[in-house]
Write a protein that binds this ligand. Structure first.
Ligand SMILES: *Cc1c(COP(=O)(O)O)cnc(C)c1O
Length: 396
C-alpha cells in the first residue's frame, strides 16, 4: 500500500494557524508585557469565551489538565472523597482529582459512545461520592442532563470534561460544558483549536469561578491589593502571549467545527454497512471520528483493522488507548506520593472492573484522525482504506 499524506494536527497541514495568530503574537510582544497580570489579553479571552458559551464566567489557565484540576479544587472537597470518572479518556481527566487527594472511582460506559451514562454513574455512587467528571468523548455529548438529574438531588457536583468537545450540543440544545457545575476545555496541540498548550473553564457560579481563578494564581486575591494567600493554590496562569493566540483561534472555531462535521458526514455515508456502528452526527463536533465494530461480523476486532490499514498514512487507533486508564502504573501500583499509595489507599475497593470499557479498548472501538483541512479527496481515500480493510476482515 502506498502511503497518502493526510492533513494532520501535528503541523500546519491540519491546523488553521495564520496571519491572525501571527498578528496576535506580535501585538503582545510589542507591548513588552507578556504576563496576564496587569495585561489585557487573558481577561479579554475569558470574556469572549464566556460570551460564546452563553455563560457568566470563564477562567483561562495553562492547560486542559489545569482547568480540570482547578474545577475539582474549586469544589473544595476533602481527601478521601470519591469522584466518579470514566476509564476511556485522557489522564488529565483524573490527575487533578488525585492531586487533590480525591479517590477516582471508575464507572463503565455506553458501549456505542464510550461515555458515562446516568445508569453507570448511579451504580458507582457510594456515601463518599462528592463529584462526577463526565467526558464528552471524541466530541459526542454524554447524557449530561441525565447525569445531573442523578447527581443534583444527592448533592454530587458535576464537572464536564469538554477537552474534545468544543461547541458540542446535547439533544436538548445546550452546549456541553454549560449543563454541569463547571465545563473544562483544552487548547493542547491536537484539540479543535490550539495554542500548543492552554485551558479554559466556564461556570455559572461566581463563587466557583472565583475559587478556580484563585487556585490558578497561588490563592492570591490580587484585585484586593493585599499580598496574601487565602488557601493552597498553584500557578496555573495562562500568559497574555498565549491568550492572544487563543483569541485568534477562537475566531476560527465555528468554521473548524463545520468542516469537521462535513468530513464526518461524508465518512458516515461512505462507511454505512452492516456490523459497523457509525457516530451520531447530531451535536457531534468530531475531535476524532469513532467507529464501533460488531464482533460477530468482524471477529478480528480493532487490532486486525489497524494491521490492515497500516502503511496507508491514515491515523487509525485501535481502542483509542492502549489500555483503560485504571490499568496504568499510577493506579495498579498506586504510584502517587512516595510509597504511601495516598489517596488511592483510602478506597475500600479500588476499580471495580468496567467490562464494556475494556471490550471497547481491546476489541470494538476504532478512532480515525480527521481534521478541518481534509479535502473531499482525503475523505474518499480514507473511506476506501477503511472499506477495503473491513471487506478483508468481514465474515460471511
Ligand atoms: C486533552 C485532554 C485533556 C487534557 O488536556 P491537556 O491540555 O492536554 O492537559 C483532558 N481530558 C480530555 C478528554 C482530553 O482529550
Amino acid at each position: 500500500m502506498t502511503a497518502r499524506t493526510y492533513p494532520t494536527w501535528d503541523n500546519a497541514s491540519g491546523r488553521r494557524i495564520g496571519v491572525e495568530e501571527e498578528q496576535a503574537v506580535l501585538r503582545v510582544l510589542h507591548t513588552g508585557h507578556l504576563s496576564r497580570i496587569g495585561g489585557v489579553e487573558a481577561a479579554a479571552l475569558e470574556r469572549e469565551f464566556a460570551d460564546l458559551m452563553g455563560m457568566p464566567h470563564a477562567v483561562a489557565v495553562a492547560t486542559g489538565t489545569a482547568s480540570l484540576h482547578c474545577a475539582v479544587a474549586a469544589l473544595d472537597l476533602n481527601p478521601g472523597d470519591e469522584v466518579v470518572v470514566p476509564p476511556i479518556t485522557d489522564a488529565g481527566t483524573v490527575i487533578g482529582a488525585l492531586a487533590q487527594g480525591l479517590v477516582p472511582v471508575f464507572a463503565d460506559l455506553d458501549p456505542l459512545t464510550g461515555c458515562l451514562t446516568p445508569e453507570t454513574v448511579e451504580a458507582a455512587i457510594t456515601p463518599r461520592t462528592r463529584a462526577v467528571v463526565v467526558v464528552h468523548l471524541f466530541g459526542a455529548a454524554a447524557d449530561v442532563e441525565g447525569i445531573v438529574d442523578v447527581c443534583r438531588p444527592r448533592g454530587i457536583r458535576v464537572v464536564e470534561d469538554c477537552a474534545q468537545a468544543y461547541l458540542t450540543t446535547t439533544p436538548q440544545g445546550a452546549f456541553v460544558g454549560t449543563v454541569g457545575d463547571v465545563g473544562c476545555f483544552s487548547l493542547q496541540q491536537s484539540k479543535h483549536i490550539t495554542t500548543g498548550d492552554g485551558g479554559l473553564l466556564v461556570t455559572g457560579s461566581a463563587a466557583l469561578a472565583r475559587r478556580a481563578a484563585l487556585f490558578a494564581d497561588k490563592g492570591w486575591p490580587r484585585d484586593t491589593g493585599e499580598r496574601t494567600h487565602l488557601f493552597l493554590g498553584l500557578n496555573y496562569r495562562m500568559t497574555d502571549l498565549v491568550a492572544a493566540v487563543a483569541r485568534a483561534q477562537l475566531g476560527k472555531l465555528e468554521s473548524v467545527v463545520a468542516d469537521r462535521r462535513r468530513v464526518a458526514g461524508m465518512l458516515n455515508t461512505a462507511l454505512s454497512r452492516p456490523g459497523v456502528h457509525l457516530p451520531n452526527l447530531l451535536g457531534h463536533t468530531f475531535w476524532l471520528y469513532p467507529l464501533v465494530l460488531d464482533r460477530a461480523v468482524f471477529p478480528g476486532g480493532n487490532r486486525r483493522l489497524a494491521e490492515l490499514v497500516e502503511g496507508s498514512g491514515l491515523a487509525v487507533s485501535p481502542g483509542y488507548l492502549q489500555r483503560v486508564l485504571y490499568d496504568n502504573p499510577v493506579f495498579t501500583e498506586k504510584r502517587t506520593f512516595g510509597d504511601s499509595g495516598w489517596p488511592l489507599n483510602l478506597a475500600d475497593e479500588l476499580f471495580p472492573s468496567c467490562p464494556t470499557a475494556e471490550a471497547m479498548v481491546a476489541q470494538t472501538l476504532v478512532t480515525v484522525g480527521i481534521n478541518e483541512n481534509f479535502t473531499d479527496d482525503d475523505v474518499s481515500a480514507a473511506a476506501s482504506v477503511l472499506n477495503d480493510a473491513l471487506d478483508a476482515m468481514q465474515v460471511g
